[in-house]
Design a protein around this ligand. Structure first.
Ligand SMILES: Nc1nc2c(c(=O)[nH]1)N[C@H]1C(S)=C(S)[C@@H](COP(=O)(O)OP(=O)(O)OC[C@H]3O[C@@H](n4cnc5c(=O)[nH]c(N)nc54)[C@H](O)[C@@H]3O)O[C@H]1N2
Ligand SMILES: Nc1nc2c(c(=O)[nH]1)N[C@H]1C(S)=C(S)[C@@H](COP(=O)(O)OP(=O)(O)OC[C@H]3O[C@@H](n4cnc5c(=O)[nH]c(N)nc54)[C@H](O)[C@@H]3O)O[C@H]1N2
Ligand code: SF4
Ligand SMILES: [Mo]
Length: 699
């Protein structure tokens, strides 16, 4: 009998929790997976979807060989034949070389995101190769760019209160966050605070599971959070609860913000947010009188046109109350800025030529591929992402991806929507099969993940695929001979731990912020003078209000659009899917259910629609099909559908991103997925109605 061994590793998915797991291996194959009980933040339980992660690892649909296109783009796997690595990599090198020779190196664009958050596989060798080539750089805006820009302005970096200290909070505000679905391991800490008497408020236009299980649910209109935050701050000021001494010592701009609050009586905020003024006053009273107050901010609320100002206004509030003085007080969007692991120098190692190049915004991929970029992009290399399903303005994007003069390479674990548009598809390994190093955007631990199982067929780690492409391009720089372990060592260069020590321990806290501490009690924000900036003159130079202000939603507040498309559409995360990852697996899709359009009873009734009816959801950009779910979690005029079903596997072969648009946020040039207006109509033909109800799909 083959020996059975157990190995620690890390969940690689784009989730703030970065769980540590224990993987059982038999004869080179993963046979069981469970959470690591000793890990201080995740404490032994994986989420439901990753309890079934081995369905993905051992699935019969894993890619095991390179594929080369022989037929038309967009027609699916029938248009491809299997190939050897040598032939496939030769094709890739020839395609990239042709673009570079014809149109210059900036005609090459890598497109990648957090399919794995592992820094080695995701954020080193690939970007290093493209930096060396002088390819267009990717501005990675799709998820957190608005928050990142806002926090850089306000706190100096993406930092906040220490998450484990939330147990000390007496008031917890979960603002545009749904931790029971997207940050599961925070919830036991919230419950621990509650057992001590903490009061929990969720601020979300939708009555999510988290909202329903909170002490209070405040449901503002989407995209109006800055108005709410300014109204609350005004109330706190008027109650005499501003912490003048702390503000004077550790911030700049309080006098200017204090004066700005004259413009924000609670009644104005209430009118903007569609809330009773009494609700804002009561919450303002709680915030004014409760120390410490912890504001845990999600990412969903920053997918609006006014996101930058919303994050600034929300994260300014705990500065005004002086909450950062106390463990469990302050605001937290992401912990990313605390980690001392920096991939910048690893992408561009000293001595490696890396010509300057333009940056292209990933959220504008549809526009970039259809005329916005000059010189045009003629080679696209996609890894760790599935833009055909997850990027906005899908119809235009698919037109771009379908261009006959575009050479596209996709590195993937399974055949996604994006693979349908590739010239070459290359099979990639999964987490148990490769080495990686994971920080976290929800806690302070860094984890090393070692390869412990055999990859299926000819699948290779991204790093090795890029080494082979570099070699085929005739690049002979030693940076392209670094092993994965070398890359991990380079990533740890600025961290207070060696690779050997981390290998011994699996995970370690490298941020210098002790558990349960208040890192900014005495100021010391990562700004040049250590003060948080309530007023930021640098923003004025960008044409942005230097004080936290209110940028109204774009589509949601447009009266002309409201007439034609009366419903505002949100696209929150689904419990059983991770973006579009898992959206092709039987267990996960069965649990997630078919694409549904959640409507308030009044909106369904006004259109003669009932639960389960097939509808076409549409606006000027496109349409997708879904089954109606009459749902009291919404309010009249507000609808939602879960993000990231695969278009190819959806009825009508498009998903929600057929209706989302390419538009930048007020700060950070991020996408505005949640700032979207639509209308619904009964799905015309019997066949589309039928297919909307057949689930899971057969392919
Ligand atoms: N199960 C699961 N977990 C995930 C993911 C997943 O797809 N599935 N995705 C991962 C990724 S990539 C990310 S970025 C995170 C996202 O993590 P979260 O931000 O927690 O998740 P979302 O569902 O995008 O948004 C949270 C909530 O914001 C609300 N919201 C939308 N607009 C507004 C607004 O204007 N104001 C307020 N106050 N709230 C608003 C939505 O209704 C939603 O309930 O989750 C990660 N975790
Ligand atoms: N409508 C709407 N759209 C959204 C959002 C929304 O809220 N609403 N949210 C947006 C957000 S927050 C995000 S973060 C994006 C995420 O969008 P994407 O970045 O496209 O993420 P995924 O859909 O998870 O796709 C990741 C892919 O990477 C692959 N992958 C994983 N690990 C590896 C690896 O090691 N090597 C290789 N080669 N491939 C790997 C997986 O198989 C998967 O197909 O979606 C965005 N799209
Ligand atoms: S997706 Fe998040 S909660 Fe689930 S196992 Fe991975 S890190 Fe943990
Ligand atoms: Mo994200």
């Amino acid at each position: 009998m083959a020996p059975v061994t157990t190995h620690p590793g890390a969940c690689p998915l784009d989730c703030p929790d970065t769980c540590v797991w224990q993987l059982t291996v038999e004869d080179g194959r993963a046979v069981a997976l469970r959470g690591d009980r000793d890990h201080p933040f995740t404490r032994g339980a994986l989420c439901g979807k990753v309890n079934r992660y081995l369905d993905a690892v051992n699935g019969p649909d894993r890619l095991t060989t390179p594929w080369i296109r022989t037929g038309r783009k967009g027609t699916g796997r029938v248009a491809y034949r299997p190939a050897s690595w040598d032939e496939a990599v030769g094709r890739v090198a020839a395609g990239l070389r042709a673009s570079i020779e014809r149109d210059g190196p900036e005609s090459v664009l890598p497109y990648y995101f957090a399919g794995t958050m592992g820094l080695v596989q995701g954020w080193t060798m690939g970007p290093r190769l493209f930096a060396h080539l002088g390819a267009s750089r990717l501005d990675t805006t799709i998820c957190t760019a608005a928050a990142r820009a806002a926090l850089r302005s306000l706190y100096g970096a993406s930092v906040g209160f220490e998450p484990e200290s939330i147990v000390e909070a007496n008031l917890i505000v979960l603002w545009g966050a749904n931790p029971l679905v997207t940050n599961l391991h925070l919830w036991p800490f919230v419950q621990q605070a509650r057992e001590r008497g903490a009061y929990v408020v969720t601020i979300d236009p939708l009555r999510t599971d988290t909202a329903a299980r909170s002490d209070e649910h405040v449901a503002p209109l989407p995209g109006t959070d800055a108005a709410l935050a300014l109204g609350l701050t005004r109330h706190v000021r008027d109650a005499g609860a501003a912490d003048e001494a702390w503000l004077a010592a550790h911030t700049t701009g309080w006098p200017e913000l204090r004066a700005r609050l004259d413009d924000w009586p609670v009644e104005r905020a209430a009118a903007e947010c569609g809330l009773p003024a009494g609700t804002i006053r009561r919450l303002g009273d709680r915030i004014a009188t409760t120390r410490p107050t912890a504001v845990r901010v999600g990412l969903g609320l920053q997918r609006h046109h006014g996101a930058g100002q919303a994050i600034r206004a929300i994260c300014a509030l705990p500065l005004v109350t002086g909450d950062f003085r106390y463990p469990g007080g302050g605001a937290l969007v992401t912990t990313s800025g605390h980690h001392p692991v920096d991939n910048g120098p690893v992408i561009r190692p000293a001595g490696m030529p890396a010509p300057p190049a333009r940056s292209l915004n990933m959220s504008r991929l549809a526009a970039v591929l259809t005329g916005e970029a000059d010189p045009p992009v003629t080679s696209l290399v996609v890894f760790d992402a599935n833009p055909a399903a997850t990027a906005p303005d899908q119809a235009r994007l698919l037109t771009g991806l379908g261009r006959a003069d575009l050479f596209t390479v996709v590195l993937e674990q399974r055949w996604t929507d994006t693979c349908d548009y590739a010239d070459v598809v290359l099979p990639a390994t999964m987490q148990p099969e490769h080495l990686d190093l994971q920080t976290s955007y929800g806690h302070h631990y860094t984890t090393l993940n070692l390869p412990v199982t055999r990859a299926p067929g000819a699948a290779l780690p991204n790093t090795e695929i890029f080494r082979r492409i570099a070699a085929a391009l005739g690049i002979d720089h030693p940076a392209f001979r670094d092993s994965d372990e070398d890359l991990a060592r380079q990533l740890l260069a600025g961290a207070p731990i060696t690779y050997e020590e981390l290998r011994e321990r699996t995970y370690a806290r490298l941020t210098g912020v002790p558990v349960g501490s208040a890192p900014y009690a005495e100021g010391g924000f990562p700004t040049p003078d250590g003060r948080a900036r309530l007023h930021d003159p640098a923003l004025a130079a960008l044409g942005v209000d230097p004080l936290p202000g209110y940028t109204p939603p774009a589509e949601a507040a447009d009266p002309e659009l409201a007439h034609r498309f009366p419903l505002t559409l949100l696209t929150p995360a689904n419990r059983y899917l991770m973006n579009s990852t898992f959206a092709s697996l039987p267990w996960h899709t069965r649990r997630a259910g078919p694409p549904r359009m959640h409507l308030h009873q009044a909106d369904a009734a006004a259109r003669g629609l009932a639960d389960g009816d097939a509808v076409r959801v549409h606006n000027d950009r496109g349409a997708f099909l879904a089954a109606v779910a009459v749902d009291e979690a919404t309010r009249p005029g507000l609808a939602f559908t879960y993000k990231a079903y695969w278009a190819r596997r959806s009825p009508g072969r498009s998903n929600v991103n057929a209706v989302t648009g390419v538009r930048d946020t007020d700060l950070g040039e991020a996408p505005t997925f949640h700032d979207c207006r639509v209308e619904v109509e009964p799905a015309g033909s019997a066949s589309s109605a039928g297919s909307a109800c057949r689930w899971p799909p057969r392919r």
